[in-house]
Design a protein around this ligand. Structure first.
Ligand code: ATR
Length: 264
């Protein structure tokens, strides 16, 4: 039986095992997908296990998407451009390949919301692990402008080294935008509030929250009340998982209402 693993810290709330095991069963694949909370110093042994084929594929989540790179033999162009790896597999030569399926996840999500993403002005809140994937995708989708604001400005400055076309906005300021993306962890707790006042923004903008659990963060609740269109990150999560599944098993898994309900 093949074994797949998602590693991160914390990992308790990860829904990846539920999703992957559902698709594994649906496709009659002899495999199991588990989650493991790891400390930095344990990553080395996980990679050794992968080399020994005790583990056949790994998903990587917060906070290791960048740190894992030092254990990887070959980075896909997407992983290299974003300096972020969320999916590990072996190529025909037996090299350890690091890829980034968050890009495909976010791209598929953006293409599924009945909105033309091209030529739009995007305002991203946060500069954590997933933001390089968001910026990469928005460039690919033809964004006219990408603005990034982070409480700790240095992290936004680091992102600008990777993507010189972004502009940095002081934390607390709200520039005009077509789409705003919450990529901070504010909202994971039910009572979390982002201390920004959106009441002066014209309505009918798109408010996207990477967070999908809770389903509707206060960020999205407020946006809806103010007359905007809202979307959470559930489809991004499903599509990044589906891209990893296809790489490992050579099968495109089904995405339907039943699959999406699994994550409620
Ligand atoms: P990491 O920064 O380790 O990659 P993350 O969960 O991917 O972790 O990112 C957390 C994001 O939420 C960061 O952008 C963080 O801002 P800082 O870089 O200033 O830490 C942001 N964040 C978390 N708590 C916040 C708060 N109370 N106010 C504003 N931003 C916050």
């Amino acid at each position: 039986m093949k074994k797949y693993l998602v590693i991160g810290n914390p990992i308790e709330h990860s829904l990846s095992p539920k999703l992957h095991n559902y698709w594994i069963e649906e496709n009659n694949i002899d495999a199991i997908y588990e989650k493991k909370e790891v400390k930095s110093e344990e990553i080395k042994n996980i990679i050794l296990d992968f080399k020994k084929k005790n583990i056949n594929g790994i998903n990587v989540t917060v906070p290791f998407k960048k740190d894992i790179i030092s254990y990887i033999d070959v980075l896909s162009p997407e992983a290299n451009a974003t300096q972020s790896v969320n999916t590990i597999f072996s190529d025909k030569q037996g090299s350890i390949v690091g890829h980034n399926t968050d890009i495909e996840g976010f791209e598929m999500n953006m293409l599924n919301i009945n909105y033309n993403p091209k030529g739009k002005r995007y305002f991203i809140l946060g500069a954590g692990g997933v933001v390089s994937s968001i910026i990469f995708t928005l460039n690919k989708l033809g964004a006219s402008e990408i603005l990034v604001s982070n409480r700790t400005e240095q992290k936004a400055i680091n992102l600008k080294k990777l993507f010189p076309n972004i502009s940095i906005v002081d934390w607390g300021e709200i520039p005009s935008f077509d789409v705003i993306i919450n990529a901070t962890s504010l909202g994971l707790e039910k009572n979390d509030l982002i201390d920004l006042d959106f009441s002066k923004i014209e309505n009918n903008k798109i408010f996207y929250d990477i967070i999908y659990n809770p389903k509707e963060t206060n960020f999205l609740k407020t946006a809806k009340k103010l007359g905007n269109i809202t979307e959470n990150g559930k489809l991004m999560f499903v599509y990044q998982a589906s891209a990893a599944f296809e790489i490992w098993h050579g099968v495109k898994p089904r995405i339907n209402d039943e699959v999406i309900k699994l994550l409620d």
